[in-house]
Design a protein around this ligand. Structure first.
Ligand code: CO8
Length: 260
């Protein structure tokens, strides 16, 4: 796939989507959001891709937010449409069947932090910085930050970050559960690919069902969520992968999953 503002690469079952506007620290304008929307719509149909990694071009920034230059002249209607577009794209990432890992290689501010939070989990470089600085621009987070941040780090910490605009470093992000792991900047992509490789080696239908249970269940009460999990669990027993996975265990060999 060819884009103006993104780089799409794949190797085996792992795809890497790189936001590529390094001169403006990979700020998200409408064009980038539209391309992300196209890229993830296409990846959703690619059965050969098991995992996606999202990162930013350059050494300094993952994504330093929505494009302030583009937004500065917006009126209410354009702001609402921009927020809707960003939310739609990030929902698409959250609803992508395959897992998405954010490899956060520097600033993840505003819309950048929101993009990282729409991914399934986050691995950060030591120099990563996170924050929702919208209040310092006279606006609020509008690509899901007020909703995904408290779900990830709890309401108290989300309130502090959203009201103060404070930036936090990677160690604090690890401490509050915003990221799963912090590694040296030069090791970031290798680490993300190593985790992606382990996911890609698992039963693909099981990974897709686990993501669906995690995502859909978090929007349900526990009783309904457990019923949903039960149905997905039972459906697994209609697959060839279940037969293969359990036979491989009993025969003390590595499973060869077919994704059916
Ligand atoms: N938008 C546009 N341009 C940007 C952005 C951005 N978010 N961030 C950086 N840039 C540009 C700078 O203007 C600069 O351009 P130029 O070289 O032409 O002057 C270039 O990138 C390099 O940036 P700096 O010179 O500022 O680099 P520093 O190392 O000095 O500082 C910072 C790095 C701290 C990251 C700084 O650039 C910064 O504070 N950036 C803005 C961060 C921010 O406030 N992000 C939140 C944006 S708002 C948002 O994301 C809202 C999302 C929801 C929208 C809702 C719909 C309406």
């Amino acid at each position: 796939m060819e884009f103006q503002n993104l780089i799409y690469e794949s190797s085996g079952a792992i795809a890497v989507v790189t936001i590529n506007r390094p001169k403006v620290l990979n700020a998200l304008n409408k064009a980038v959001l539209q391309e992300l929307d196209q890229a993830f719509a296409a990846i959703a149909e690619m059965r050969e891709i098991a995992v996606v990694i999202v990162t930013g071009a350059g050494e300094k920034s993952f994504v330093a937010g929505a494009d302030i230059a583009e937004m500065s002249a917006y009126g209410i209607a354009e702001a609402r449409a921009f927020s809707r577009l960003g939310q739609q794209v990030f929902n698409r990432i959250e609803e992508l069947p395959q897992p998405v890992i954010a490899a956060v290689n520097g600033y993840a501010l505003g819309g950048g932090c929101e993009l990282a939070m729409a991914c399934d989990f986050r691995i950060a470089a030591q120099n990563a910085r996170f924050g929702q600085p919208e209040v310092s621009l006279g606006v609020i987070a509008g690509f899901g930050g007020t909703q995904r941040l408290p779900r990830l780090v709890g309401r108290g910490m989300a309130a502090q970050l959203l009201y103060s605009g404070d930036m936090i470093g990677s160690d604090e992000a690890l401490r509050i559960g915003l990221v799963n792991k912090v590694v040296a900047a030069e090791a970031l992509m290798d680490e993300a690919k190593a985790i992606a490789g382990r996911i890609a080696a698992a039963g693909p239908l099981s990974v897709i069902a686990s993501k669906a249970a995690l995502r859909e269940g978090s929007n349900m009460d526990l009783k309904r969520a457990l019923a949903y999990e039960r149905e997905l669990f039972a459906a697994g027993f209609a697959t060839a992968d279940q037969k293969e996975g359990m036979a491989a265990f009993l025969q003390k060999r590595k499973a060869n999953f077919q994704g059916r």
